[in-house]
Design a protein around this ligand. Structure first.
Ligand SMILES: Cc1ncc(COP(=O)(O)O)c(C=O)c1O
Length: 359
């Protein structure tokens, strides 16, 4: 794998995988992308179906309605919210727009922070989490690594480890390090009961990324939000491309913020009931270790050299199940893979296949 391939390799390549296998996407079980296990939020498909004629109009140019709906739902001010074509828009824009001495990235974490910084020629310093600490980010230790002028990326909870930091502790930490600028990616926070940093006071050195892709199961629509202090956000608003969110994504967002709280509660309830048994079954193989995490996805590793993640990926594809090998995460080796919980019957199918191929 080349360095470019390593960095741009993502989970959830279901369309390309289906094409390569010559099957329909509905014939695949995708445990490789960390989407809601309950699929799309109820009512959304019908709403979008009935809204198709709206693609005959331009979207609202500056996303005012959408940003207003987000602000109302999350209890912040519209002037503190910027909508984009997924969090990815902001991950790649921030290293370009924020002036910094260097970026600091925890490893292992989501690769796009690194890629975005490299594309902008921003020097990157890495902070390596340790397997013996279950990849927990110790903020006191982290503090010693930071210098004034750093642009610091924190994924909370972290992809792929699932480790969750306490929001109040993190907010205090960011407030104490006013000479660094922090980007906190909360893409997976709605899968936990921890409150968002959006609920705390705004800090001049904090950008919060809130994705709609994962929790609402709509990664193909491309919808994400950046929340920051209004004076900090204003220059970014001026730099955004016109019509950067398509009309169907605007319609979806406005609907979801008003209608999907019950659905999120159901997702949390489902995870609380399904995850422990699934982990026990993985551990019962005797050759899989599980990293303790707070999310809908689970980082695992083979404890026996007899198996590795690429082998698992290939074997599972024969059963039309996609798993994420974590070989391209800096700090993880080929024993690591990540599984995203799905519907009970799909989880059971995966476990049955696993038992069979490990026998
Ligand atoms: C940590 C993290 N942030 C951001 C993204 C991308 O989010 P979006 O779909 O909103 O662009 C992903 C997608 O996998 C992710 O894992």
């Amino acid at each position: 794998m080349t360095e470019a391939q390593r960095q741009t390799n993502h989970g959830g390549t279901i369309i390309a995988t289906a094409r390569a296998l010559g099957v329909g996407v509905n014939e695949l079980i995708d445990m490789s992308s960390n989407l809601s296990p309950l699929g799309m939020a109820p009512g959304l498909m019908e709403l979008l179906g009935g809204s198709l004629s709206q693609i005959g109009h331009l979207p609202e140019i500056d996303n005012q309605g959408l940003q207003g709906a987000f602000a109302q739902h999350f209890g912040c001010h519209e002037s503190e919210v910027l909508a984009g074509n997924g969090n990815t828009d902001f991950i790649f824009a921030l290293p370009q727009l924020v002036s910094c001495q260097r970026a600091v990235i925890v490893q292992p974490t989501y690769n796009d922070y690194d890629l975005a910084c490299q594309r902008q020629g921003v020097a990157v310093g890495y902070f390596h989490l340790r397997v013996e600490d279950d990849f927990v980010l110790n903020l006191d230790e982290f503090a010693e690594h930071l210098r004034p002028g750093d642009l610091v990326f924190i994924c909370n909870p972290n992809n792929p480890t699932g480790h969750l930091l306490n929001t109040t502790r993190l907010h205090d930490f960011i407030a104490q390090h006013g000479q660094c600028i922090f980007v906190v990616d909360e893409s997976y926070l709605p899968f936990t009961t921890e409150p968002s940093l959006v609920s705390k006071t705004r800090l001049a050195n904090l950008f919060i990324l809130c994705s709609s892709s994962k929790i609402y199961g709509i990664p193909g629509l491309r919808l994400g939000f950046l929340v920051a202090q209004d004076t900090v956000l204003q220059p970014m608003k001026e730099q955004m491309r016109p019509w950067c969110v398509n009309r169907l994504a605007q319609v979806a967002g406005e609907y979801l913020f008003d209608h999907a709280d019950g659905y999120i509660a159901q997702v949390l309830h489902y995870l609380a009931s399904a995850k422990p048994g699934f982990i026990t079954a993985l551990q019962a193989t005797g050759s899989i270790q599980v990293v303790p995490g707070a999310t809908n996805f689970i980082l695992c590793s083979f404890s026996s050299e007899q198996y590795d993640a690429l082998w698992l990926q290939e074997e599972m594809l024969k059963a039309r199940i996609m798993v994420r090998n974590c070989v391209n995460f800096n700090g993880l080796d080929s024993s690591y893979f990540r599984l995203s919980l799905q519907h009970p019957q799909d989880n059971a199918h995966f476990l049955a296949q696993l038992t069979q191929i490990m026998a």
